[in-house]
Each structure stands twice: as C-alpha cells, then as structure tokens.
Design a protein around this ligand. Sequence first.
Ligand code: TRP
Ligand code: SF4
Length: 330
Amino acid sequence: MKTVFSGIQPSGELHLGNYLGAVRNWVALQEQYPSNLFFIADYHVLTQPYDPKALPGRVSEMVLDLLALGIDPDRSLLFLQSSVSQHTELAWVLSNAAGFGDLERMTQFKDKSAHNPEHINAGLFTYPVLQAADILLYKAALVPVGQDQVQHIELTRRIARAFNHRWGATFPEPEVALTNMPKLLGLDGKAKMSKSLDNHIALSLFADPKKLRKRLAKFATDPARVQREDPGNPDVCNIFTMHKAVSSEADLAWVRQGCTTAGIGCVDCKTRLAENLETHLAGFVTKRAELAATPGIVGEVLDAGAVKARVIASETMREVREKLGLWPSR
Ligand code: TRP
Ligand code: SF4
C-alpha cells in the first residue's frame, strides 16, 4: 500500500502558487491512493525570523485553506509536525546518516543564507534532515511537491539509503510526484510566487474579486510588449502560465492568437484571466467561509490527525531504535 506524504510551512494564507503547484496535486492523489498524510511543517518555521504570537493564527488559517481546497480529513490525515514528537526524534537519528557536504549543496540553504545573512542558524542548515524525517517516519512512497523541493526529496533518498546501508533495510526511497504546472512567478515576473519572500508578490486565493483584479493589473507580462502594438510571446509570460491552469482551450487559443499579433492588449488578457480565476475559485471561497464559521473545527481536525499519525510514527521509531541497538524504551 503506497503512502502519499507531503507538507507545507504555515506561511499564512495559501496563495495561487501553493494551490496550483502543490495542493491541487494533493487533492488529486487523495482520490487515487488509500493512505495519505498531509502536515503543516511548523517546526520548519523556526529556521527563519517569525512572530511567535502570529504563528497559531497562521496555522489555523492554513488548515481552513487546505480543507476548503479539498483536503478531506476522512481520507487523509492532516496534522501538525510539532504534535508528533517522533519527527524531531528521528531527525536526530537521521542527522547521523546525512552527509555534511550534501547539506552544504542544498540550493535553498544557499539562497536563504544569502538572502538573510544575519540568520544562518544550524537549524537552517539541518532543515532538510528534519524534512527527511517527516517523510521517512511514515515510510512514504510518493511525495507531491513543487519543483523547489525536489532537491530535498533527492537528499531524503540518499539519507534513506545511507541509513539502510549502515543499520539494515528500514526505509523505502520516496519518489517525487511533480505537478505539470510550471512555477508561478510573483508580481515582478522574476522571483517565485511566495509569501515568505515578500508580502506583495503573491496572489491570494480567497481575496475578493476586486482585489484580485487590482493585484493582477500590477503583474509583469512579456517584457517585449512595451507598447500595446508590440506583439508578445505567451510562452514567456507568467500571466499565460496562470491561464493554462484555469482557462478553457478556447481562451488559451484566444490569448495566443491575440498576444502574438497584438490583437489583444495585456489588460484584456488579464481581465479574462481574472474572470476565469474567479469562476475557478468561487466554490473554495464559499467553502472557506462555511468552515471558518464552524467553531472548533481546526482543533478537531488537527487532534484527530495527530492521534493517528502518532500510531504510525511510534511503530517506525520502535523499529529504528531496535536497528540502532538502543535499549528498548517502555
Ligand atoms: N520544505 C517544505 C516547504 O517549504 C515543507 C516540508 C517540510 C515538506 N517537510 C516536508 C514537504 C516533507 C514535503 C515533505 O515547502
Ligand atoms: Fe502575457 Fe497576455 Fe500580455 Fe501576452 S497578452 S504578454 S500572454 S499578459
């Protein structure tokens, strides 16, 4: 029985890039596989500056978002990393199977430490080891993530292999399940759409339609279209990437034809995108509002998920302790 496992950091509200790049795939896999675990990586937050007072709110917003987008607690476990203590326990063990040089090569570590040189702590460096523990604790076979996490999953495979080699066959090597969605860019059309880098470059999934339109208006398009009369190339345009995710074939053809011949302007193109996004997201917005009005729902879902996750996690740790030659715990 293949287990699907993935997670996301509680970076506040989910944005369109999170949805199209990862969460949409989780929902699809949930329909196909019997065993699915999705978690919120709150311990990973500690590696970067954050506001402890705001963290519980960020977690709860994210749970509501995930439920609204279709994560179904009857089919999938949804839980918090910090509620299952075996994550950090296994991370220590696995840090003895992870190569120092491998960790040094992680591009996310290099990028984050360059971006924020005053905050290079050891946790930022060993972050991928905790991520490997997250996955291996549940012996996951399939990990649906965005392109930016592929290197971490490859490292997880190396760590699993090293552990198995040193202490005996224990962990399967997980595979990445990539979405066919190219990475969504933020406002400037250069950096990845992200909440954590800059509050102003992500498109909210649950914003009201007027706000969505205003935001989209500021998004970069093909830089070759300086004037309305200049033809453009949709294949290099972030707006077209979004169209591909939500628009009909007919609309895509309309954009391609109009853009390459300067028959339509970027404003027309964005207006159509905004309409299609609104239609696509309308159901989520209603569902989100219903969930937000249900008292106690976040706590209930997270508690139920953690109880079940702990059962699997403690069985894996029992096996790991035995392989390591540790005195059996009681
Ligand atoms: N590092 C991932 C991110 O920032 C979150 C994450 C933590 C994760 N542990 C994981 C994703 C395990 C998949 C599997 O998006
Ligand atoms: Fe991008 Fe659309 Fe403008 Fe073409 S018309 S450059 S696809 S926004």
